[in-house]
Write a protein that binds this ligand. Structure first.
Ligand SMILES: C[S@@+](CC[C@H](N)C(=O)[O-])C[C@H]1O[C@@H](n2cnc3c(N)ncnc32)[C@H](O)[C@@H]1O
Length: 184
C-alpha cells in the first residue's frame, strides 16, 4: 500500500523489516505511514499518542503530518527504544517526539488526557487498553486501531468500535485490519 504514495520514512520502514528478521521480534511496521500523516494533518492534531513504537516509523509519520504536534509513543523493548530514539534524533524530530520506555499498562496512567489522535499498533488490541485510550482521547478525537482482524480479544474491540453509541467508525481496508474511529 505504501508504495503508492511517496513515503519520507520508507528507509526506516525497511530498516524495521530488516531488524525484525534478525531480532525475531514483533516489529512489523505499519503498512501506510502517509495515511497516518494525512490523518494527523486532517485532525490538525496538537497531541498524538501511539502504542507500539518499534523503530519509530509511525511516530515520525505522525510528526511529519501534524507539524505543530507532539507525539508520545510507548515501547517496552529496550533495543527498539534505543533504535527509535536514534532514528528520531537523526530526523531532527526529538523535540516533538517522546519515546516512553515501558509496558503500555504502566505508562498510560502517567499521561495527561486530551489527546487529539491515538494510534494502537501494539500487537492484538484488548478491550482494557482501548478503554484506557478512550479516557485519554478528547471528545471528537480520532482513534486509529491496527491489527483489528487478529481475532481473540480484537473481536470484542471491533464490536465496541462499531456499536454506534460511543464511536463513529469506519474500516480502512478490505481485510478489516485498521479502523478509524471518532470519539462521540
Ligand atoms: C507492530 S510493532 C509497532 C510498529 C510501529 N508502529 C511501526 O509502524 O513501525 C509493535 C511494537 O509494540 C511493542 N509492544 C507490544 N506489546 C507491548 C506492550 N504491552 N507494552 C509496550 N510495548 C509493547 C513491541 O515491542 C513492538 O515493538
Amino acid at each position: 500500500m505504501a508504495g503508492a504514495a511517496p513515503d519520507p520514512f520508507a528507509k526506516i520502514r525497511a530498516a524495521t523489516d530488516a531488524h525484525r528478521a534478525q531480532h525475531r521480534c514483533g516489529a512489523h511496521p505499519y503498512d501506510n505511514g502517509p495515511l497516518l500523516a494525512a490523518l494527523a494533518a486532517a485532525a490538525d492534531a496538537r497531541r498524538i499518542l501511539e502504542l507500539g513504537t518499534a523503530l519509530g516509523y509511525t511516530a515520525l509519520s505522525f510528526a511529519s503530518g501534524a507539524r505543530d504536534a507532539t507525539v508520545d509513543t510507548i515501547e517496552r523493548d529496550p533495543e527498539h527504544v534505543q533504535l527509535a530514539r536514534d532514528n528520531i534524533a537523526a530526523a531532527a524530530l526529538d523535540h516533538r517526539i517522546t519515546v516512553h520506555e515501558g509496558d503500555f499498562a504502566a505508562i498510560l496512567p502517567t499521561l495527561d488526557p486530551g489527546y487529539d489522535v491515538a494510534f494502537f499498533d501494539g500487537q492484538t488490541p484488548t478491550p482494557a487498553l482501548h478503554k484506557t485510550l478512550r479516557g485519554l482521547l478528547r471528545t471528537g478525537g480520532t482513534l486509529i486501531t491496527a491489527n483489528l482482524n487478529h481475532g481473540g480479544t480484537a473481536d470484542a474491540v471491533r464490536k465496541a468500535l462499531f456499536d454506534g453509541k460511543s464511536w463513529r467508525s469506519a474500516l480502512v481496508d478490505e481485510e478489516g485490519e485498521t479502523a478509524i474511529s471518532v470519539k462521540l
